[in-house]
Every structure is written in C-alpha cells, then in structure tokens.
Ligand binder design. Sequence first.
Ligand code: NAD
Ligand code: WQD
Length: 345
Amino acid sequence: MSETMQPKILVTGGAGFIGSHTVVDLVENGYEPILVDDFSNSEHSVLAGLEAICGRRLHCHKVDCRDRAGLTNLFESEGPITGVIHFAASKAVSESQDKPLMYYGNNLGSLITLLEVMGEFGVRDLVFSSSCTVYGQPKKLPVTEETPVAEAASVYGATKQIGENILRDLIASAAPHRIMLLRYFNPIGAHPSALIGELPLGAPQNLAPLILQSAAGMRGPIQIFGDDWDTPDGTCIRDYIHVLDLAAAHVKGLAWMAGQSEAPLLEVLNVGTGRGTSVKEALEAFERATGRPIEYEVGPRRPGDIEKIYADCERVERVLGWSATRSIEDAMRDAWAWQEALGGR
Ligand code: NAD
Ligand code: WQD
C-alpha cells in the first residue's frame, strides 16, 4: 500500500516508552502513525531511533493534548485520521501523590480535550492506555476483566479509573465511538535494535530501569521491598510483559475495532503474559539473560505496594487472537542492550 493510502493513526504520547514501540508495530503493519507528544517525559532524540527502525520519516507534532486549538490544527492538517491510540499521560505513582492537580489536570484534561476534538472530526476509534492498577490487590488470581475495580490506591490510579468511567459514560451517551480499554500489567524491555527503549528521565521508580542502572554501576544494590509477603519466595509478584508484545496488542486492537459493525462499542482487555514473576525471579531472569550479576538487599516494604497480580489472558487471546510471545529473559536481554547503548545515562 503506498504511503499516501495508509490509514493514519494518531499516537498521543508517541515519543514515550510504549508509544514509540507501538509506532514501530503500526508501520510494520501498514499504518501511518502521526505522533503527538509534548515531550514532558521524552526526548526528541527518540525520533531518530524510530525513523531508523521504521526506515521512513515520521510525522511528529509537539502538542500538549490539553491544547484544543493545537489538536484541532493537527486533525485538520493531518486528516483524515482513522483512529487514535492515547498513551499521553503522566504515570509516576509516587509523583502523583505529591502533585494531584497536575495528574488530574494532565491525564483527564488530555483525554477530554482529545475526545472533544475527535468528536468534531468524526474520528470514532480509540485505544486507551489503562492499567492493572485499577484492580488494586485482587482477591482472586489470575485477574480477569470482571475482577472488580478497587478503590484507587493513588492519584495516578484514580486518573486511570476516572478515564475509564469517562469513556463508559461517553458510550452510554450514544456517542458513536468504538473504544478499547487496554489494562497493561508491567511493561519492560526495549526494541532489540537498542535504538529505542525506556528513557530514564529522572530517578526511575520501576524495577526494570533500576535493575539496568544497578547492573551498569550507576547505582548500588537493588533494594527489594520486603521478602515477607505471602508468596513462594516472599517477594512481590507481577506480570512482566515485553513492550513489543504490548505494542502488538494495540495494533491488533485497532484492526479488530475496524472489523466491527458501525455500532458504538467498548471493550476492556487485560494485556499481560498470564505469568506471575516475583522480584527475586525477575533479578534471576536478568542474570540469566545477560550473564551479569545483580546485587540486592532486602529492605522494608514500599507503601502502597500490592502483594501479587498477574493477568488472565483468556479474553484478549479470544477477542484479538493475540498473546505474549516473548519471555522475561527476552525483555531483560533487550533492555540491557538498550542500557548499554545509553551508556552512563
Ligand atoms: P511515558 O512517560 O514514556 O510516555 C508518555 C508520553 O506522553 C511521554 O512521551 C510524554 O512526554 C507524553 N505526554 C504526557 N502528557 C502529555 C500531554 N499532555 N500531551 C502530549 N504528550 C504528553 O509512559 P509510558 O510508560 O509509555 O506509558 C504510556 C501510557 O501507558 C500512559 O498512559 C501510562 O499511564 C500507561 N501505562 C504505563 C505503564 C508502565 O508501567 N509504563 C503501565 C500501565 C499503563
Ligand atoms: C515492581 C515490583 C516492587 C523497585 C507500577 C505502577 C503501575 C504501572 C506499572 C503505570 C514491585 C518491586 C520495585 C525496587 C522493588 N504503571 N520493587 N524494588 O509497582 O508493580 O507498578 O508500574 O500504570 O501503575 O504502580 O511496578 O516496577 O515499581 O515494581 O522491590 O527498587 O518490584 O515492590 O513488587 P509496580 P514497579
């Protein structure tokens, strides 16, 4: 299909960790991604890596998704837009507790402005970045889409729950949208080219970037937040999914929506591997994948941490015909190659 014919997909937050890897999958599947990012948590340098991987120039617009005029101009200049994947948000749980207004303003303001502009231009298909954080600590595992949403444990988690409610209410108002809520678990890894990955802007909060920086000698031993949890080795369990597998789920989601009837729809899908991995097992996976030892110490629990969560992937496999294909070792290997490419950054 010539580039002029390719369906245009708006990727908000397209310069970010998951967005950039999804841009690659979109190009590989014959779409034309249009990137929108305010670069509040990413760098322009991502584009060089992206264009090298994609083998083509990419349209990227520095726009804050809360800027209605900016988004309107974008829809006018880049239209017609076939669908939108909305990654743009602030995502640091601890920061959200210190800056609630920033988080509510950004994560909800961006979503509402985007939806208003989509409505003006008759753009109906939206994939929304949600999170397993909406479940809190599930009573039953693996967690399914029917698992009750828990009371938000953070402002960040509340923005995801409210975002989902906004979209449900939009569909209930008979707006003609087709919406997919993807609840991600713990994305890790990087593109095997080591040209894009998770940028360590500021002090990392998440385990994977901390492992990389510890292995690179940029910080001391990993602090394991408690080994007295009710798990086989006493450390918390999560569902770590390779970012490339997660990216592929978005593109499959767009294709699935395009194949549905014109009727409004809202589909909620857990996107994980279905495998629970403890913190210690994650460290061991890194060592197996890279041959590099990881030093760790056991410290106190981190406030707000849940004990264990991992996905039941039956629905996403049935609806999208998608499942994760990469292991945690694959993710750790790819992440380490990215860290080495970053050097001491
Ligand atoms: P990221 O910070 O790497 O990417 C988000 C991108 O959005 C950044 O490039 C940032 O500059 C941009 N952005 C933020 N606010 C914006 C705005 N108002 N207008 C335009 N651009 C804006 O984060 P990520 O890890 O790629 O996460 C992407 C999405 O997935 C987020 O919605 C996040 O909440 C969600 N999510 C992430 C994880 C995770 O562990 N990484 C897990 C579950 C859900
Ligand atoms: C993973 C495990 C920690 C660091 C968060 C957000 C969630 C989503 C994904 C956005 C936990 C342990 C970590 C360390 C440790 N983000 N850990 N020592 O907390 O599962 O989820 O990121 O949607 O909303 O809450 O990810 O990577 O911070 O922690 O022992 O130095 O590693 O206790 O069990 P988490 P994480």
